[in-house]
Design a protein around this ligand. Structure first.
Ligand code: NAG
Ligand code: NAG
Ligand code: NAG
Ligand code: NAG
Length: 364
């Protein structure tokens, strides 16, 4: 009997570690556990281990929602607390993972001054500098994803502000940090493309209904949206059915960056064969109304798909037939226009793409 209890306690503990290592907020990932009063000087955090769960370096402030900065009221999306990273400041945490697997990090950040702000995310030996200059929400907070492959059982995640602003009170706010294991999908005999329905991707916070930005990853090796890369300057937004209208399954992408955000996948094809690329174009039910156009590219084939959006959800199918001219074909989508939400003119929006299929066909 005692053995059974002990075993179930052990299993329970193992399960908790496994769970915490694969999906969800990191330890004190939303910074709701505060430093002790003796580790604070006003809003400034004193000491490397003052914030439970984290190790910090440099000028870090612990911000309460509703705190004022000049004329600006700082509002925190997840809970009531966030941290601000001053010039060259960083926060880090060790995370138990499974060696050799892919993971994505999702975090919410807001810039506080007009300067060009960036964040440098590191899980050695990988690192990526994410621009947080363009704001995609009216709240000022955006969620960002970044992915890496593990080389050991415990990794150290570092979020670093490489900025050197004159005003030390400038610097990005970080509110919530989560992790999710990625299972890179394989093509099947029903679809040559990988992750063609975008079902596999980064963690989406249940409480922040503004999707997750997949940043351009020109210099990174790993995509938080397995199979796909964002090839241009601006991010693509990853959305879920809990907060948006999604054509198929639980996830989709919204092309929020106009011609500056191109989503692409390079796939194997056989030279001379004819292929049919089909996909859904719609809107996310987020007041993104107007004449939306998605441009699809495959080999030398292109297709413009107009979609008259009322901003209240819905989609249609489109298809492009092309002959492969190479044994690798780039499939790419972008939005022709920039669009703003009609309920809230400060945020960019765009057409939704989902349920992409690529198959070879007999000559039509
Ligand atoms: C608290 O910060 C002020 C400057 O803002 C500094 O003068 C003071 O020495 C600090 N106190 C401690 C205990 O570090
Ligand atoms: C980002 O951090 C990594 C690791 O600390 C470092 O090698 C890299 O130079 C940093 N990049 C910038 C732009 O600060
Ligand atoms: C769009 O959102 C509204 C309100 O949130 C909801 O009632 C409606 O069912 C949604 N429509 C679609 C197509 O998802
Ligand atoms: C196709 O792939 C082979 C190697 O797998 C390569 O030698 C050849 O040049 C490729 N052909 C084209 C047209 O890309």
């Amino acid at each position: 009997m005692r053995g059974v209890v002990l075993l179930s306690v052990l299993l329970c503990a193992a399960y908790r570690i496994a769970l915490s290592a694969t999906t969800g907020l990191l330890e004190n990932g939303n910074f709701e556990l505060a430093p002790s009063a003796s580790s604070m000087n006003g809003t400034v955090v004193v000491g490397r281990y003052a914030i439970p769960g984290w190790e910090n370096d440099g000028f870090i402030e612990y911000i309460k929602s509703g705190q004022k900065q000049g004329d600006m009221l700082l509002v925190v999306p997840e809970g009531a607390y966030a941290v601000r990273l001053g010039n060259e400041a960083s926060i880090k945490q060790n995370i138990k993972v499974i060696k050799g697997m892919y993971y994505s990090i999702t975090f919410s950040a807001a810039r506080t001054c007009a300067q060009e702000e960036r964040l440098n995310i590191t899980v050695a030996p990988d690192s990526g500098v994410l621009p947080i200059q363009t704001v995609y929400t009216s709240s000022g907070w955006d969620n960002y994803a970044w992915a890496f492959k593990t080389e050991s059982d415990v990794i150290t995640l570092i979020i670093h502000n490489p900025g050197v602003e004159e005003d030390p009170a400038c610097g990005p706010l970080i509110d919530a940090v989560a992790i999710k294991a990625l299972y890179p999908p394989r093509p099947t005999n029903k679809n040559i493309l990988k992750n063609a329905g975008f079902e596999e991707g980064p963690y989406i916070f249940p409480n922040t209904p503004w999707g997750v930005l997949i940043p351009p990853n020109i210099e990174d090796d790993h995509s938080p949206l397995p199979g796909w890369v964002v090839e241009s300057l601006k991010a693509v937004k990853y959305i879920d059915s809990a907060h948006y209208s999604v054509p198929q399954g639980r996830r989709a992408v919204e092309l929020v960056g106009g011609k500056e955000s191109a989503l692409a996948q390079i796939t194997r094809t056989i030279v001379g064969k004819t292929y049919r690329l089909s996909f859904s174009v719609g809107d996310a039910n987020n007041s993104c109304a107007g004449s939306l156009v998605v441009e699809a590219f495959a080999g030398k084939g292109t297709l413009k798909v107009p979609y008259a959006s009322k901003g209240s959800g819905g989609f249609k199918r489109a298809a492009l037939t092309f002959r492969a001219v190479s044994n690798r074909t780039r499939i790419m989508f972008l939005s022709t226009f920039y669009t703003m939400r009609s309920d809230d003119f400060s945020s960019l929006c765009g057409p939704v793409v989902d349920d992409v299929k690529l198959l070879s066909i007999r000559k039509p």
